[in-house]
Design a protein around this ligand. Structure first.
Ligand code: HEM
Length: 394
C-alpha cells in the first residue's frame, strides 16, 4: 500500500474528518517520517503508548505542533514542558489538588453548578450545550483548580477560546491567539499581585505554588503565572469537548442512548468512549535527545516524534470496530489522557466532571435533539471538537 499524502496542517486534516486518512497511515506507514519537519509521525496505539514512556524523548522543546513543526519557542515554565528533575516537585505539588479522593469531593459542588447552568436551557426549551453548559462548567472547575477567581470565569472562557484561534490561510497558532496568551499572562500576573496584597485568598494551584515558593526560592513568579495558566487552559478546553462529544454521540447512536438510559452505571464509560473516538487533542510530540533504535527505525537526536492520539485511539489493532461508539466497550488501556510521566494531571477531575455533566443533563433534558445545522466545530491541527453544540428539547 502506498503512503497517502499527509500533512498535519493540510485542510483535509484541519477542517475535515481525518479518520479515514489516519486509517490509511496506520496500515501503510505507521511510522511516517516527514523530511520538511524533521519529524516522525506515529499513528498506532502500541507505538504511541510505548513512546510516551520513553525517557530519552523530551518535552523541553515544546509539545504542540506549532512548537515542534513550525519552530515556535517552548515555554519552560509550564509543567507540560518541564523534564525531571524540575518536573517532579511541581507535578507532586499539583497532584495534591487533583488526586482521586480530592476529585471525588468536588462531585456535589460540580452537580450544583451543572444544575444551575441547565435550568435556563430547560426553561428556554434548548440551548448550546458547549457554550452555555459544558464550557462554563469546565471553566468554573478550572478556576477551583487554578485558583483564579470564579467571577472571572466568563472572561477566562472567552480569552482561552481566542487562544486557540486559527486562520485557514496560515498554519498553526495565530496573532489573535498570541494576543490572547499575552492578555492571560498580564491578567494572572496582576491577580498574583492582588493575592500577595491580601485582596484575594490564595487557593488552588496558585495557593499551592505560593506555599512551595516560601521554602524553595528556585520557584519564580514566572513558574507560578505559567503553571496557573497551564492548569486553567488544560481544564477549560478539553473537558467541554469530551462532554459535547458524548451528547452528540448518544444522540447519533440511539441504541447506545437507550442502553445508557437502562444502565446509567455506564455514564462514565459513555464519556470516556467519546473522548476515545473524538479525541480532543489530535497530537502532541517530543524531541529525540539520544539515538534510539525503535523497531525498524532509528530516531536521531534533534528529530521530533509526533504522537497522533486521535489515530491511536481508533487503532483496529487495539479496539474492536474502532469507529463504533460503544458505551460498554470497557477497554483497559486508553490514550485519551496520554501515558507516562506527562499523563494528564486532571484525569480524575475530568472523569468526575464528565460523569456529573452527563448524569445531570440526561436527567433534565432526556429527549434532547442535536441541531446539527446550528452546531459548529473547532478546526485546528491541535485541538478538535465541538465549539457549539445546539440542542432542542420537547
Ligand atoms: C477530557 C478532558 C481531558 C483530556 C482529554 C485531557 C488530555 C490530556 C492529554 C492527552 C495530555 C498529554 C498527556 C501526555 O503527554 O501523555 C494532558 C496533559 C495535561 N493535562 Fe489534561 N486532559 C483533560 C482534562 C484536564 C483537566 C481537567 C486538567 C486540569 C488540571 C488537565 C491538566 C493537564 C495538565 C496540566 C497536563 C500536563 C501534565 C504534565 O505534563 O505533567 N487536563 N491532558
Amino acid at each position: 500500500m502506498s503512503t497517502p499524502a499527509y500533512d498535519p496542517f493540510m485542510a483535509a486534516v484541519v477542517e475535515g474528518d481525518p479518520n479515514a486518512l489516519y486509517a490509511e497511515l496506520r496500515s501503510s506507514t505507521p511510522r511516517l517520517f516527514i523530511e520538511r519537519y524533521n519529524a516522525w509521525f506515529f499513528s498506532t496505539f502500541e507505538d504511541v503508548w510505548n513512546l510516551e514512556k520513553e525517557r530519552t524523548l523530551s518535552v523541553a522543546n515544546g509539545i504542540t505542533p506549532t512548537q515542534l513543526l513550525l519552530g515556535a519557542p517552548p515555554n519552560p515554565f509550564m509543567v507540560s514542558q518541564m523534564e525531571p528533575p524540575i518536573h517532579t516537585p511541581f507535578r507532586a505539588a499539583l497532584n495534591t489538588l487533583v488526586r482521586p479522593s480530592v476529585a471525588q469531593k468536588m462531585e456535589e459542588a460540580m452537580r450544583a453548578e451543572a444544575r444551575a447552568l441547565l435550568a435556563p436551557i430547560v426553561d428556554r426549551g434548548g440551548g448550546d450545550l458547549l457554550m452555555d453548559y459544558a464550557g462554563p462548567l469546565a471553566s468554573r472547575v478550572g478556576c477551583w483548580l487554578s485558583g483564579l477567581p470564579l467571577a472571572d470565569s466568563p472572561y477566562l472562557m472567552r480569552t482561552i477560546n481566542q487562544f486557540f484561534h486559527r486562520d485557514p490561510a496560515k498554519p498553526g497558532d495565530t496573532g489573535v491567539g498570541g494576543q490572547a496568551g499575552v492578555e492571560l499572562i498580564g491578567y494572572i500576573t496582576n491577580f498574583l499581585a492582588q493575592v500577595r496584597a491580601g485582596r484575594h485568598p490564595a487557593t488552588g494551584s496558585l495557593g499551592v505554588l505560593l506555599d512551595e515558593q516560601r521554602t524553595d526560592p528556585s520557584i519564580t513568579d514566572d513558574h507560578i503565572v505559567f503553571i496557573v495558566m497551564n492548569v486553567q487552559i488544560a481544564a477549560s478546553d478539553t473537558v467541554p469537548k469530551g462532554i459535547a462529544a458524548t451528547f452528540h454521540r448518544l444522540w447519533s447512536n440511539p441504541g447506545e442512548r437507550e442502553k445508557l438510559r437502562a444502565m446509567p452505571h455506564w455514564t462514565l464509560s459513555s464519556f470516556l468512549e467519546a473522548v476515545r473516538i473524538d479525541m480532543p487533542t489530535q497530537m502532541q510530540g517530543r524531541t529525540v535527545t539520544e539515538r534510539l533504535e525503535f523497531g525498524d527505525i532509528v530516531l536521531e537526536p534533534g528529530q521530533k516524534t509526533m504522537f497522533m492520539f486521535a489515530s491511536a485511539n481508533r487503532d483496529e489493532a487495539e479496539f474492536d470496530a474502532p469507529d463504533l461508539y460503544r458505551i460498554d466497550r470497557g477497554n483497559r488501556r486508553t490514550l485519551g489522557f496520554g501515558n507516562g510521566l506527562h499523563r494528564c494531571l486532571g484525569v480524575h477531575v475530568a472523569q468526575v466532571e464528565g460523569k456529573v455533566a452527563i448524569e445531570e443533563a440526561m436527567a433534565l433534558l432526556p429527549g434532547y435533539t442535536v441541531d446539527l445545522a446550528a452546531s459548529r466545530k473547532h478546526k485546528t491541527e491541535y485541538v478538535k471538537g465541538w465549539s457549539n453544540l445546539v440542542v432542542t428539547i420537547q
